[in-house]
Design a protein. Structure first.
Length: 586
């Protein structure tokens, strides 16, 4: 969709997002950089792609729609042949298949395309209703013409020679247009479509198992003949710039692809196992902007404490949790908020997962002598305002980070501890003096990731007496007043999350008879506890109090623990009790 500059100017004027001088500066910038105004306003976050498309639809008088690809009927879709749909970027998304009298609802990216309109009239006569959609929404809808990964890969694999055995890999086997390359492309494509965070290619005795980690849970996607293994891994190694002939030692690499207008980075790790080589690819969407703290799932006092700590000129903010609990995502969201032209933000990470424009990001490289300690020392000579250390792993890194916080820098980092309170004694184990911990640490965030319920695939239920007693035992709700306080917190939280009135003792769970691969969950969110380093907590740190004593004091001062935060989100229908217990049960 290309919106004329003249129309974009009208949209900006009506929105009153820019004054006359700022608008003229933007127009001048577009001329100097030889860019369309449409690209500039989305790049500078004046409008999201959806907001701009909606405003354009108002200007041209064609209604805007957002296609739900999960409910798109393939029989309805196929009323326009796939090659025509992809040529003109248009699809049928509503309308009866067998009734020519009822109008068809057509989604188009460019409703001004007269040639496309002419094709529609030839197909359906005058019985059409045209809607405008965003570019990414259209690409996602066009993807629905494809079958499932198993049938797609089977078509390709059966084209290959059926001979079993480990053959030498030839250049033809791994060329761009080879069946092997097509198979790798499909595996990657379906991983992205499934929202997978990791792709596992695991050799077994007679086959290769492809598994995706979706919403934190591994699930099998396909099985391939063992003979395909060598060629598949060689193809991935070529993409990642790794040594094809090195099969006895682990290797790490990285590559990027562009799909549906979005850039995805793949962090590749190979490992020799008894049956061959195993490959794991971490999928990172580099096109998506960091989420706000509200979108991540922070609310109430926890949200206020983080914002207050992040606005300080110096000090330390620590995020704790096991591997894969979303610590890096939280830190990058905070850095995105703080990323202004008048501050210098520098990071030292292992690895650099999210690219932040305007932030100086350094990759750890121990072979070249670039460790966390060496990198942190170098960063301190780079005149930073804000420093992010990927992980505090040892005494030396901890000491340097604390010194940086003492000397006027705002330092963010992560630690591997079970909850927020145990982070403070962990620093003591690293030989940091108690009075230093008390004076530099602003807040400690403990977190886990839970799967988010998809309400249309779930049912509401009230726990019976046995279930209620178990919930009371696990979550430490001993009296009626404990329940009342949880329900009161749930009422406060629902205002922020925009939930309907649901602060009552009911929960949600996936339906038992869900079709296909549906699980009742879609996406993930965080459950958190944010420990504010108040004056009382500081005194307890200096007096070497235990983590349990520190946690009890923080709860008295209003801290909501991870488990209670999860319970509140379960009451609001955002996740299930089973999910909370799965990730927090000790």
């Amino acid at each position: 969709m290309i919106i004329p500059d003249k129309t974009v100017i009208e949209i900006i004027k009506k929105s009153q997002k820019l004054d006359e001088d700022s608008l003229n500066d933007l127009i001048e910038q577009a001329k100097n950089e030889k860019k369309d105004l449409q690209d500039l306003v989305t790049k500078q976050n004046l409008f999201s792609d959806t907001e701009l498309t909606k405003a354009y639809s108002d200007e041209i008088g064609i209604p805007f729609t957002e296609i739900n690809t999960k409910t798109l009927d393939k029989e309805v879709l196929k009323q326009i042949p796939e090659h025509i749909a992809k040529l003109y970027n248009m699809i049928v998304f509503e309308g009866p298949v067998d009734d020519d009298k009822e109008p068809k609802s057509i989604a188009m990216e460019n409703p001004d395309d007269l040639q496309a309109i002419d094709v529609l009239h030839k197909l359906f006569g005058q019985k059409i209703k045209v809607f405008i959609v965003t570019h990414l929404n259209m690409l996602s809808a066009l993807d629905q013409y494809r079958g499932n990964i198993g049938s797609e890969i089977s078509k390709i694999v059966t084209e290959e020679d059926e001979d079993e055995g480990d053959e030498e890999v030839s250049e033809e086997d791994i060329a761009e247009d080879s069946p092997t390359a097509q198979t790798v492309n499909l595996i990657i494509e379906y991983a992205i479509k499934s929202g997978a965070s990791d792709i596992h290619m695991e050799p077994r005795d007679k086959e290769v198992i492809i598994r995706y980690r979706v919403d934190g849970v591994l699930r099998e996607a396909n099985r391939l003949p063992k003979r395909t293994l060598a060629a598949l891994i060689s193809r991935i190694k070529i993409l990642s710039n790794l040594k094809i002939d090195e099969r006895r030692a682990p290797q790490d690499g990285r590559f990027k692809i562009n799909m549906n207008g979005r850039v995805f980075a793949f962090r590749v790790s190979t490992l020799p196992v008894t049956e061959g080589e195993k490959v794991v690819m971490r999928v990172l969407d580099e096109s998506s902007d960091p989420l706000s703290l509200d979108q991540l799932g922070f609310w109430g006092k926890a949200l206020e404490d983080i914002k207050e700590a992040s606005s300080q000129p110096h000090g330390m903010v620590l995020v704790t949790g096991p591997t894969g609990s979303g610590k890096s995502t939280t830190l990058h969201s905070v850095l995105h908020i703080l990323n202004k032209p008048d501050v210098n933000i520098s990071t030292i990470e292992d690895p650099v997962e999210y690219k932040l424009e305007g932030v100086n990001q350094t990759q750890v490289n121990p072979k070249a002598g670039m460790t966390f300690v060496a990198g942190l020392r170098a960063l301190l000579r780079q005149d930073p305002n804000i420093i992010m250390v990927g992980e505090v792993r040892d005494k030396e890194t901890a000491g340097l980070a604390v010194q940086a916080a003492l000397t006027g820098h705002l330092v963010f980092s992560t630690l591997h501890t079970n909850n927020a309170a145990t982070c403070l004694p962990r620093l003591l184990d690293m030989d940091i003096e108690p009075f230093l911990i008390a004076s530099v640490v602003r807040v400690v965030i403990g977190q886990r990731l839970v799967r988010r319920l998809q309400i249309e695939d779930c049912e509401e239920y009230t726990p019976n007496d046995v279930e209620k007693k178990e919930i009371e035992r696990v979550f430490g709700l001993k009296t009626k007043s404990d329940w009342d306080s949880v329900l009161k917190l749930a009422q406060d939280a629902q205002k922020q999350f925009g939930k309907e009135q649901n602060a009552k003792l009911t929960f949600w769970r996936p339906k038992e008879d869900l079709p296909g691969e549906k699980t009742g969950y879609k996406g993930r969110m965080g459950i958190y506890e944010v420990l504010d380093n108040s004056s009382n907590v500081q005194k307890m740190i200096v007096s070497n109090s235990t983590s349990d004593e520190i946690q009890s004091q923080a709860i008295k001062e209003g801290m909501v623990t991870m488990q209670v935060d999860g319970l509140i989100k379960a009451i609001l229908g955002m996740t299930s009790i089973e999910e909370i217990l799965r990730v927090t049960r000790e």
